[in-house]
Design a protein around this ligand. Structure first.
Ligand SMILES: [Zn+2]
Length: 237
C-alpha cells in the first residue's frame, strides 16, 4: 500500500524552515529530536490529508486558499508545540541561556497572540522576505513575551505570509480593569506602499499573567495586502 499524508510534508517543511531560520536567534532547542517532537505535536492536532502516493499528487494541488488557511494554523500550532516541548524538562541537550526579562507578578492585562497574513495586493501571492512589526500607540515596537517571539517578524517563504506576535503581559493595578490597547501592524517593502493596519483590543486585567501559549487564544486579523507603487498608472486612462 502507498498511502501518504500530505500534511506530513507540509508540517515537516515548515518546521525545517522555521527552526533553521531561528536557530541563532532563539534559546529554544532546534535539534533533530525537538523537530520530531514538534512535528508529532502538530500532526496529532491537524486533520490529515491522505493521497495514494503513486499518483504523485503534490500538496500544491489542494485548493490554494484552503492551503493558506491551514498553513497559518500549522504555523501557530508549531509555535505552541515548540513552546510546550521547550518548557518540559529534557536531558538530550542543554538549553542556551536565555536573556530573561524580569518576571511579571500579580494582576496583568494578558494580550492575546496576534496572528495575520500579508499578501501582495495585485497578485495575491503571500509576501515573503519582508519584516512585519507590531507597534504600540507611541509607534514603538511592542515587547514580546520572551526573546523567542520576534518583533519584527521576518516572513518565511513556506509559511503563506503568516506572522504571529505574542506581546508580553502588561502589569495592572487591580483585577477586572478594562483597558483599550491600540496596536498597529506595520510592514515596509521596497516598491510597495507602507502597510499600516490598526488593531484595537479591549482587555480586562486578570489575577495573573498568562504564560501559556494556546492557539485558542489567538486573535486572528483579516488578511492584509501590500500595494505596489504606481499600480493604477497604467489603467487610469
Ligand atoms: Zn532539542
Amino acid at each position: 500500500m502507498e498511502v501518504h499524508n500530505l500534511m506530513e510534508d507540509l508540517v515537516k517543511s515548515i518546521i525545517q524552515e522555521m527552526f533553521d531560520a531561528e536557530k541563532d536567534k532563539t534559546s529554544w532547542c532546534t535539534c533533530e529530536h525537538c523537530r520530531n517532537d514538534v512535528a508529532c505535536y502538530v500532526l496529532n492536532r491537524v486533520k490529515p490529508e491522505y493521497v495514494v502516493s503513486s499518483r504523485g499528487l503534490a500538496y500544491s494541488e489542494i485548493d490554494y486558499i484552503d492551503k493558506l488557511q491551514r498553513m497559518a494554523d500549522v504555523v501557530s500550532l508549531i509555535k505552541e508545540g515548540w513552546a510546550k516541548i521547550n518548557a518540559s524538562p529534557r536531558n538530550h541537550k542543554v538549553q542556551k541561556p536565555s536573556t530573561v526579562l524580569p518576571p511579571i507578578e500579580g494582576p496583568a492585562f494578558n494580550i492575546p497572540p496576534i496572528m495575520g497574513r500579508v499578501f501582495h495586493g495585485v497578485t495575491f501571492e503571500p509576501m515573503s522576505d519582508i519584516d512585519v512589526f507590531l507597534m504600540d500607540e507611541h509607534n514603538e515596537p511592542v515587547t514580546m513575551m520572551d526573546e523567542n517571539w520576534q518583533n519584527p517578524i521576518r516572513l518565511y517563504k513556506n509559511t503563506g505570509g503568516t506572522f504571529i506576535f505574542w506581546p508580553r503581559p502588561v502589569k495592572a493595578d487591580k483585577v477586572g480593569k478594562l483597558q483599550l490597547f491600540s496596536f498597529s501592524i506595520l510592514a515596509k517593502a521596497e516598491g510597495f506602499e507602507e502597510l499600516s493596519h490598526f488593531v484595537g483590543l479591549k482587555i480586562a486585567s486578570e489575577a495573573n499573567p498568562n504564560l501559556q501559549f494556546s492557539m485558542q487564544n489567538v486573535h486572528k486579523l483579516p488578511d492584509l495586502y501590500m500595494l505596489p507603487y504606481n499600480q493604477d498608472e497604467d489603467d487610469t486612462i
